[in-house]
Write a protein that binds this ligand. Structure first.
Ligand code: BGC
Length: 734
């Protein structure tokens, strides 16, 4: 039985203030090189390494547009964000090479879903349940970003969220910790590869540590309040997985955690991340979040904020200048031991070393490579491949989809189908001019496309209904692109109502009345509520925002060149009042209807619109023969197997999902938890046996003493096509 003590080492922070700092990185040569360098550094130069300024546009408030060239050439700056392109990064790196010790700068940017070639939103990619595709996307982002002189992306965001009002759900992998952890690993691997010094890889940054996805009432930047047990079992896993996958950096979160801002949180940064998990990289603050400890009323002024940050284990300060202005006096006054500063500096220099920048500071500055790599054929192919796999088919009555190859006339409705900017999705670095829209892609397929705007996205009203209906009547099929605008999700885009505007939904109903087949393309950056459309439209494909190849990928799915295989990584609610909603809730003492005495609402259903893991295919899959067999293999308790057969007409992929329920435990446990999945491909008539191994990972949990435990007793294993439609078998662990 595995027992991990989460809290072991909680007192390490005290010894850090006085004694020996951290274990050697293992790389002796690097250690020697950095020790020699640090011996020559003044305290000011060290503090400079801990500062990151924005060299360009703002991704937060109080952007200082000061020219930092002089500061750089004095060796007083460690890093810049929001600068990219070889011409720009070269200019600043040249300034750094004029400094006394010639310590290179590192350049970071939020490369969140592709760089100049845009990829699907991270949430959309997560819908693929295809870890290879997700890694491929991250690899392409890294390749293009590195070619543009970047060394570092502030991604992946691994925050779990059950609240679709929070705009940043678009940036994560959804609601499930087990799956979120696998996606985190794939993204880190894709970005960093096996060698950071390779000039096609960049540093990953696991963010936002910790709990940023659980702001109270879904309001961005809001307080977070959760018990340690809740954190350990639902939110922690993806961060831990990211550290385990070797992420070079972590970012502290804006929110407070257990009553202390994450940025000044010794438990999170020092005890858990660095001591317990053995994280060797460095921690950067979020934009201005060291200074924001004053707004949290956790620090009286910038000096106290600096004190709290550095003692907690926050290594690099982004944008605010508390370290820059105050660390020197804090050290001189003896409040902050210099070895605390040294530890932070060493961590940052080590990553610079690993990137190969001391060998060649201009390693990532190659105009030729920049031209060749960015927007290359490889990038476009990767983007289309991942986009196809990210879509989720929600409804397909009478097999309206795929469209017949000989369809002659399509009535295409909705301005979203023509919007290059929206196709990119929120927080995109993509070259908008190179985005293939749905309209473009459809036209280039040789069908006659009758485009009608149909709906004013600014005013949220139907326009010229008669024209739209007559276009529909004169076509073979109606395709309507509807949903949110891209800018409606992302940072600072929390919503109080995630419903699709009523008029937009009404338009769909009007179109359905024409009797023509209507296909709804749901474009969104979060789960949305669209009950009227769910009821009326015969076919619904959730396309999210898919990036540069959006139009081609959507057409490939519409015409069946790719059979959709995505599954929802977040529960879609039916009503705003159900939020936060998730599939791995707990039983409660009154789980079932019992004369009305149960956990429910009196005015709305408690069932979601679509459950986690839901998604259809053009073919059908039959699950049979779910079995559990005891295994005598080290670390494996049992195997759960299932036969999956393709019973339809098309070749297709299916995400076979395993859920586990711990029947009785020493703490209250969820009704079910995803603990395995496998994406398989089957030809018509073909069957495959899928086997899941049951190990500690499937059975265990963190108890209230924060020990990871596996308890004996009864378990139910459930296998199926989504978190609701499952077949189960019983198992007893003796
Ligand atoms: C966001 C971070 C981002 C940073 C830098 C902040 O507002 O929360 O996720 O990396 O800005 O752009």
């Amino acid at each position: 039985m595995k027992k991990l003590n989460l809290f072991a080492g909680i007192f390490f922070s005290l010894s850090l203030l006085s004694g020996n700092l951290r274990a050697d990185s293992g790389d002796k040569e690097m250690g020697r090189f950095i020790s020699n360098l640090m011996k020559r550094m003044t305290l000011e130069e060290k503090i400079g390494q801990l500062y990151q300024c924005s060299g360009g546009f703002a991704t937060g408030p109080n952007n200082t547009k000061i020219d930092r060239t002089e500061m750089i050439s004095k060796g007083l700056l460690g890093s810049m964000l929001n600068v990219s392109g070889v011409a720009n990064t070269r200019k600043y790196q040249e300034a750094a090479m004029k400094s006394r010790l010639q310590i290179p700068l590192i350049f970071g940017l939020d490369v969140i879903h592709g760089f100049r070639t845009g990829f699907p939103l991270p949430l959309a990619e997560a819908a693929s349940f295809d870890l290879e595709a997700i890694e491929r996307s991250a690899r392409c982002s890294a390749r293009e970003a590195a070619a543009a002189g970047l060394h570092w992306t502030f991604a992946p965001m691994v925050d779990i969220s059950w609240d679709a009002r929070w705009g940043r759900v678009m940036e994560g992998a959804g609601e499930d910790p087990f799956y979120g952890a696998k996606v985190a690993e794939a993204r880190v691997q894709g970005l960093q590869g096996d060698d950071l010094s390779d000039n096609s890889t960049i540093m990953a940054c696991i963010k936002h540590f910790a709990g940023y996805g659980a702001p109270i009432a879904g309001k961005d930047y809001n307080s977070v309040d959760m018990s340690m047990g809740h954190f350990a079992n639902f939110y922690m896993l993806p961060y831990k997985a990211g550290a385990g996958a070797g992420a070079a950096t972590f970012m502290s979160a804006f929110n407070d955690f257990n009553n202390e801002p994450s940025t000044g949180n010794t438990f999170l940064l020092r005890n858990l991340l660095k001591d317990k998990w053995g994280f060797k990289g460095f921690v950067v603050s979020d934009w201005g979040s060291v200074g924001e400890m004053i707004n949290h009323r956790y620090a009286t002024n910038e000096k106290e904020a600096a004190y709290k940050g550095i003692t907690a284990g926050l290594d690099m300060e982004m944008v605010s200048e508390c370290y820059l202005k105050n660390l020197k006096s804090l050290v001189e006054e003896g409040r902050v031991p210099e070895n605390l500063v040294d530890d932070a500096v060493r961590r940052i220099l080590e990553q610079k070393y690993k990137l190969g920048l001391f060998e060649d500071p201009f390693k990532y500055c190659n105009e030729g490579r920049e031209k060749e790599v960015i927007g290359s054929r490889q990038s476009r192919e990767d983007a289309c491949y991942v986009a196809e796999r990210s879509m989720v088919l929600l409804k397909n009555e009478n097999n309206i989809l795929p469209l017949a190859k000989d369809i002659k006339k399509v009535s295409l409705i909705g301005a979203l189908s023509k919007s290059q900017k929206d196709m990119c999705g929120a927080w995109s670095c993509a070259d908008v001019s190179k985005v293939v829209t749905l309209y473009d892609a459809m036209c280039s397929r040789g069908v006659h496309v009758d485009y009608v705007e149909g709906y004013d996205l600014e005013k949220n009203t139907i326009i010229d209904l008669n024209k739209t209906l007559s276009s529909a009547r004169n076509s073979d099929v109606v395709v309507i692109a509807m949903g949110e605008r891209a800018w409606e999700s992302g940072e600072m885009r929390s919503k109080g109502d995630i419903s699709i505007a009523a008029e937009q939904q009404k338009l769909v109903s009007e179109l359905v009345k024409t009797g023509k087949p209507v296909v709804v393309l749901l474009m969104c950056g979060r789960p949305v509520i669209f009950n009227e459309v769910r009821e009326k439209a015969p076919a619904i494909l959730c396309t999210w925002w898919l990036g540069s190849e959006a139009g081609n990928a959507i057409c490939n799915v519409l015409w069946g060149d790719y059979n959709p295989s995505g599954k929802l990584p977040m529960t879609f609610p039916q009503h705003n009042g159900q939020i936060p909603i998730n599939y791995q809730y707990k039983s409660t003492g009154r789980p079932k209807e019992n004369g009305g005495w149960s956990t429910k609402y009196i005015d709305i259903s408690r069932e979601p619109a679509y459950p986690f893991g839901y998604g259809l295919s053009y073919t059908t899959f039959e699950y049979s023969d779910v079995k559990v067999s005891v295994v005598k293999k080290d670390g494996v308790y049992a195997n759960v197997s299932v036969n999956v057969k393709n019973t339809g007409k098309y070749e297709g992929e299916e995400v076979v999902q395993l859920y586990v329920r711990d029947e009785v435990a020493s703490i209250t446990r969820p009704v079910k938890e995803l603990k395995g999945f496998e994406k398989i491909s089957l030809k018509p008539g073909e069957s495959k046996k899928v086997v899941f191994e049951i190990t500690d990972e499937q059975l265990g949990f963190y108890n209230n003493s924060m020990n990871y435990v596996v308890e004996k007793g009864d378990f139910t294993f459930m296998v199926g096509t989504n978190s609701r439609d499952l077949q189960s078998v019983k198992f007893t662990l003796n």
